[in-house]
Design a binder for this molecule. Sequence first.
Ligand code: BGC
Length: 531
Amino acid sequence: MQWWNAGVVYQVYIRSFADSNGDGIGDINGLRSRLGYLSDLGVDAIWVNPWYQSPLNDGGYDVSDYRAIEPRFGTLADAEALITEAHAHGIKVVVDLVPNHTSSEHRWFQEALGSTKESVARSRYHFRPGKGADSEEPPTNWSSVFGGSAWTRLADGDWYLHLFDSTQPDLNWENQEVRTEMEQVMRFWLDRGADGFRIDVAHGLVKDMSYPDHAEEQEILISSQASDHPFWDRDGIHPIVRQWRQLLDEYDDRILVAEAWVAADSLPRYLRPDEYHQSFNFDFLSGSWDAAQMQQLIASSLDAVAAVEATPTWVLSNHDVVRHATRLGLPQDTDWRRWLLDGPHQILDTDLGLARARAAVMFMLALPGSVYLYQGEELGLHEVWDLPDEVLDDPVWERSGHTMKGRDGCRVPIPWAVEGPSLGFGSGPAWLPQPEWFGAASVEAQQAQPGSTLELYRAALALRSKHLVGDAEAEWLDAPEGVIGFRRGSGVECWLNVSGQTMTLPTDREILLTSTSVGHELPVNSAAWLK
Ligand code: BGC
């Protein structure tokens, strides 16, 4: 068994995790100082969001040098020390690689700007003439995921493609130099001990170079389900992935994880034995709080990965989505991306959301496969949905013409302490303001508090490594309507009550852990593990 087959990977959004130098921005040395916390929590690996040199227009997903660390995050020596120290704690380090686009400050793009049309420098990106007599119309009607056109025009009339912000020009993956360079970047980090890569926008690398128009409206980060889409999920992606996989296989024990927002039936193609080891299972993240639907989704996810002999994965939150404690506290079918701005905000039931979040994580941690946790979910944090407009940093806010609030609300710096200028995050104010209720949710407030969400996570992770990682099977148990039960090879059972009424758990089993403590009576919106 490889470490990732049942690994618990903790996602560190570096600029919001821990700030070592008081500039309000989280950094690598802050993360180093908290490795003990992560080890006590019981995680197997961390995935660190991009830490490369970057103007941080998109939180670091706009890389200006893949071999340098952004000075606000630290130095290359800090990154190397982090990898070494994490390994000493038994924690693997997965690095976030952004191959779809660079920053407009990357030397290649700067060179392209200073070069002529159809030059070698421009061929590393997608530069095109526009439509119309004076090239005044964009080459295609493609939309940026963040809003507006996916094309920006230069003074000389050429347009360049950016599926995200205009400061994130898309690379041309038909260009061999681009491929070679990214492989060298991979080696650079693997040689420094990185345990693998989370590949950003894995479904977007290859474009239809005939540049056809496309009519579909793009929702943020959601790809088209349609086949032959001009820039999502194209077949040409897979040979590139196979090259990367061969490269990784030259090293021991390294992992490739795809961030691919593609239709469920397309995902297994990314997980074939010579491609990615894992992909995030976004269907689980976006699934509804309904027992039958959840069970069906889990069964089909397990079947889909089994068919290609890959590892199932589960995730509830990340830095791009509304925190799940909040999503689960909204009425079913609320469009949570729109709810952030449009409300009505009083429909959020925070207690209900937290109860469900605690149950959901126990359920997820009991499933076979690997699990991704997002920093702060172990504190039961809610989305900070009421950040004032003037502090919003996500490019989505401006590019959408203030019609989408963006992702800042799940990126507010972590509260480590009950009090202090940034609640223990750093010695000064944090780059995004923390709300008043954050102190009560802090690590300090929850540590050693029986029943706290932090203690629930710690207990669950410890029990998981003891009872729930030895096999890849889950046997469904007979359950009343609205309840899901399954048993793992160790004999441990997980029960989740999504129905309208309390259920009585089998009384001949010992209770290992519950998300609400009530003996053998399992209230609605709760989960229990039995042995
Ligand atoms: C990342 C986002 C980022 C986008 C562009 C995504 O998939 O997770 O945070 O904005 O890629 O790089």
